[in-house]
Design a protein around this ligand. Structure first.
Ligand SMILES: CC(=O)N[C@H]1[C@@H](OP(=O)(O)OP(=O)(O)OC[C@H]2O[C@@H](n3ccc(=O)[nH]c3=O)[C@H](O)[C@@H]2O)O[C@H](CO)[C@@H](O)[C@@H]1O
Ligand SMILES: O=P([O-])([O-])O[C@@H]1[C@@H](O)[C@H](O)[C@@H](O)[C@H](O)[C@@H]1O
Length: 384
């Protein structure tokens, strides 16, 4: 697995997939610039290899793409890998492709597309040709939503191998509704029994976190509530300024980056995700699995994740009035709220179970090693 280590969706999906594959007896080697943040539990089948930085006076910055390629070859030789699975096309698939060129016996390359690697980064002129190359040279391509697969084909044209959609997934044993211990925490954030709204992200512009604050401000005029903001990123100062401008300092809590988001989600009433662009929206799925209805924008893969009128509400990007109205509607009718909450848990569990996604990835791995190009490779047998 080649992935980003930082707080964000693709690294989380890679790590969770790794644990699930490990549980099935596969040996999984992670290669990244530092340990992926969700890779915190020890597992005897999981290994981490750090791409070490080099500093040389000639380099302004270390050439990570090259160092990663070299590391992939080292790990492949040392551990006897069967497959390289790159999460995020740039630079991971490109490094993997370079690594394959250096191997005596080339390994198959599977690339999973996650989001702004294709829709934003890939579409920047500077990265366009590289992303197109990454798509072309991957032996299998998967995408986390139908919307992202279509968007990729619209931007880069159809690929020979096609793009298989494997939606992101959830472990419902971890992401489940409120437990008694979280009731105590809830009292800390909402001592008067106020409703709790929340948002989790990397605080990039694409997430429109300022909209989250503006939606909260409108809701707060109509019912007692609090807002929890989880995560950090480049938009943080703008968000803080908006909170101060609206005089909401006492009602908004910044929790920063958090490792155990399910424990926070379990005390939340409504999850807000008003993104400009969202290839899937893993946080929306995590929220629903914890019984939290979602109010989000109708973009990208979100309509595949949130069932409008059943597990939450979808509004157009920037429709602050519509989104705040949806929150008030959800929180003003207890019976209706309960129905939404139960439907959200059921939908998340039944539609996005980790077991199904892992089986799909296993089939992809199996099909590529069995393909004529790699017919010399052994069958992927868990535990060997
Ligand atoms: C804009 C866009 O298209 N983004 C996509 C991208 O990454 P993006 O980084 O936007 O991913 P998401 O926001 O969906 O997920 C973030 C992940 O990081 C976790 N987290 C975040 C902050 C924090 O403090 N602690 C923490 O644990 C969240 O719980 C979640 O598991 O790939 C994801 C995975 O395919 C998709 O779901 C997203 O739609
Ligand atoms: O670029 P993007 O697809 O929106 O999201 C990215 C994630 O997929 C990745 O896991 C993380 O490390 C990045 O910081 C960013 O959050």
């Amino acid at each position: 697995m080649v992935c980003y280590p930082s707080y964000g969706g693709s690294g989380v999906v890679a790590a969770e997939l790794g644990y699930a594959l490990g549980e099935r007896g596969h040996e999984v080697h992670f290669i990244s610039s530092s340990r992926p943040f969700r890779l915190h539990r020890y597992h005897e089948q999981l290994f981490f290899h750090e791409v070490t930085e080099v500093s040389y006076p000639l380099f302004k910055t270390a050439p990570y793409t090259l160092l990663l390629a070299n590391k992939i070859v080292d790990v492949a030789n040392f551990a006897g890998l069967d497959i390289i699975h790159a999460h995020y096309a740039i630079p991971h698939s490109i490094s993997a492709y370079l690594a394959v060129q250096m191997m005596a016996k080339p390994l198959p390359l599977v690339t999973t597309l996650h989001g702004t690697d294709v829709t934003l980064v890939g579409a920047y002129e500077e990265f366009f040709q590289l992303t197109r190359l990454a798509l072309k040279v991957s032996d299998r391509l998967t995408s986390v939503s139908q919307a992202l697969a279509l968007e990729t084909e619209r931007t880069f044209g159809k690929t020979d191998q096609g793009i298989q959609v494997i939606p992101n997934f959830i472990d419902h044993k971890v992401y489940c509704p409120l437990s008694s211990s979280t009731r105590r925490c809830r009292r800390y954030f909402a001592p008067q029994g106020e409703k709790i709204l929340a948002h989790i992200s990397n605080f990039r512009e694409v997430k429109r976190v300022v909209d989250v604050v503006d939606i909260f401000a409108r809701v707060e005029k109509r019912l007692d509530c609090r807002l929890l903001l989880i995560g950090d990123g480049p938009e943080m100062s703008r968000v803080e300024r908006e909170v101060v401008r609206l005089g909401l300092e006492g009602k908004v809590q910044f929790l920063g980056k958090q490792e155990s988001v399910h424990e926070i989600l379990q005390m939340v009433d409504v999850f807000l995700l008003p993104s400009e662009q969202e290839s899937f929206g893993l946080t929306a799925l995590e929220a629903m699995a914890c019984g939290v209805p979602v109010v989000a924008s109708r973009v990208g893969g979100l309509p595949e994740v949130v069932q409008h009128g059943k597990t939450g509400f979808l509004k157009e990007v920037g429709d602050l009035e519509g989104m705040s109205e949806a929150v008030v509607e959800l929180l003003s009718d207890e019976a209706r709220y309960k129905t939404f909450s139960e439907q959200a848990v059921r939908w998340a569990r039944e539609t996005f179970p980790v077991e199904r996604a892992v089986s799909e990835y296993e089939k992809v791995y199996e099909s590529v090693v069995q393909s004529p190009r790699f017919s010399g490779l052994k069958k992927i047998v868990p535990g060997h």
